[in-house]
Design a protein around this ligand. Structure first.
Ligand SMILES: Cc1ncc(COP(=O)(O)O)c(C=O)c1O
Length: 394
């Protein structure tokens, strides 16, 4: 029997995925097969403006020539190298991470996904404090492996697997008193997203974040910033630094590999000293191909001024959506290229109409659609998006 080549017609693609994949995902009725810059193409050749970068991943857009050349070079040199050996690409990636890490976060663990970065962060927090309890926020999303799932709020994800391995209390977002009531000398960590993503793009107040920082320190608990989604897209490498603070542990993924799966957990020297060899590990984590992706992506963010540019264009995107004054829109919120548009009705028809009109955006809740554009969007893409949204809402 022959194995099909990937260049299939849509009907075959849909049939194979429907028949063979576990039915875990609600599917959108197109097959994306190619990308170029800020645009994606489906199996029928239709072009879409990418306003989602595949859930915040493709920060440099698609088929970026610099990224392709670096990855091809690395493919020709070495793709896999366990962390028990030294490697040049990994060393360079760690140095690049050092340059963007918030103050005090000087030691790094590299893995393969957001959930893994969180999983490691929770384990390191438990090890460093000798405590088990974690306080997380309502509506928070931290991934779906069992440890990360313990911190994720949505009962729909949690219920089938309870009891979950980590005792986590969830408190109201942006409510300091509610948090202070739950944090004590038995708390290993407070975990939060500086801007809640999956929940519908809810930014935490800077004052709140500063108070949380002090609360954690006062109780000997660690502050874990989940920057898996916020990382690199709020006008700075990390969103928590807008509040002028550093966490004790920072977890990131998505954009840092520009499509190559990478998770990074950053910790302080003090935490690192308390984690013993063998306490955690991964075969694929820190592999040379992933590390080359990190080096190349972080270098491109810097060379192309993408933090400042996406912050500026993000502001313009928010004000342009507001300026449409659509009676269907309740609120537009976010920071940089992480934007939520809350509607007064369910978003599915709008997302579908955008897709039919050649724009791909994401849901964030039943009434919020989300924009996570590639950071390489220019004014032209902002205008194209606004023009299409105006037509769709009319
Ligand atoms: C804030 C946050 N944390 C963790 C995760 C989990 O990341 P992954 O899907 O790569 O496991 C996500 C994914 O959407 C996320 O948005």
């Amino acid at each position: 029997m022959t194995i099909p080549t990937p260049m299939l017609a849509f009907d075959s693609i849909r049939e194979l995925e429907t028949d063979l994949q576990m039915p875990l995902y609600a599917k959108r009725d197109i097959a994306l097969v190619r990308g170029e810059g800020s645009y994606l193409f489906d199996s029928e050749g239709k072009r879409y403006l990418d306003a989602m970068s595949n859930y915040g991943v493709a920060a440099l857009g698609h088929a970026d020539p610099v990224f392709m050349a670096a990855m091809a070079d690395q493919l020709s040199r070495l793709t896999t190298c366990h962390q028990s050996f030294y490697n040049d690409a990994r060393a360079a990636a760690l140095a690049a991470i050092r340059q963007i890490a918030p103050d005090g976060l000087t030691r790094y663990f590299t893995s393969n996904s957001g959930a893994e970065a969180i999983e490691a962060g929770l384990k390191f927090a438990m090890m460093a404090t000798g405590r088990h309890n974690v306080v997380a926020l309502r509506r928070g999303y931290h991934g779906r492996t069992l440890g990360a799932l313990s911190a994720t709020f949505d009962p729909k994800y949690r219920k089938p697997f309870e009891p979950l391995p980590i005792p986590v209390t969830h408190v109201t977002f942006n409510d300091y008193e509610a948090l202070a009531e739950q944090v004590n000398e038995e708390t290993a960590a407070i975990i939060l997203e500086p801007v809640q993503g999956e929940a519908g793009i809810f930014p935490a107040d800077d004052d709140y974040l500063r108070a949380v920082r002090e609360l954690a320190t006062a109780n000997g608990a660690l502050l874990i910033a989940d920057e898996v989604q916020t990382g690199f897209r709020t006008g700075a490498p990390f969103a928590i630094t807008h509040a002028g603070i550093s966490p004790d542990i920072l977890c990131t993924a998505k954009a840092i590999g520009n499509g190559f799966p990478v998770g990074v957990t950053m910790v302080t020297e003090a935490i690192s000293e308390k984690t013993v060899g063998g306490a955690h590990g991964t075969t694929f984590g820190g592999n040379p191909l992933a590390m080359r992706a990190v080096v190349t992506t972080l270098q491109a963010f810097q060379d192309r001024n993408l933090y400042a540019r996406s912050a500026e264009l993000g502001d313009r995107l928010i004000s342009s959506v507001e300026a449409l004054e659509s009676p269907k829109i309740r609120q537009v919120r976010g920071r940089g290229f992480m934007i939520g548009v809350e509607m007064k009705e369910r978003i599915t028809p709008t997302l579908r109409a955008l897709q039919e009109s050649g724009v791909l955006a994401l849901p964030a809740s039943p009434v919020v659609f989300r924009l996570l554009p590639p950071l390489v969007w220019e004014e032209e893409q902002v205008n194209e998006f606004i023009g299409t949204l105006a037509k769709v809402l009319a």
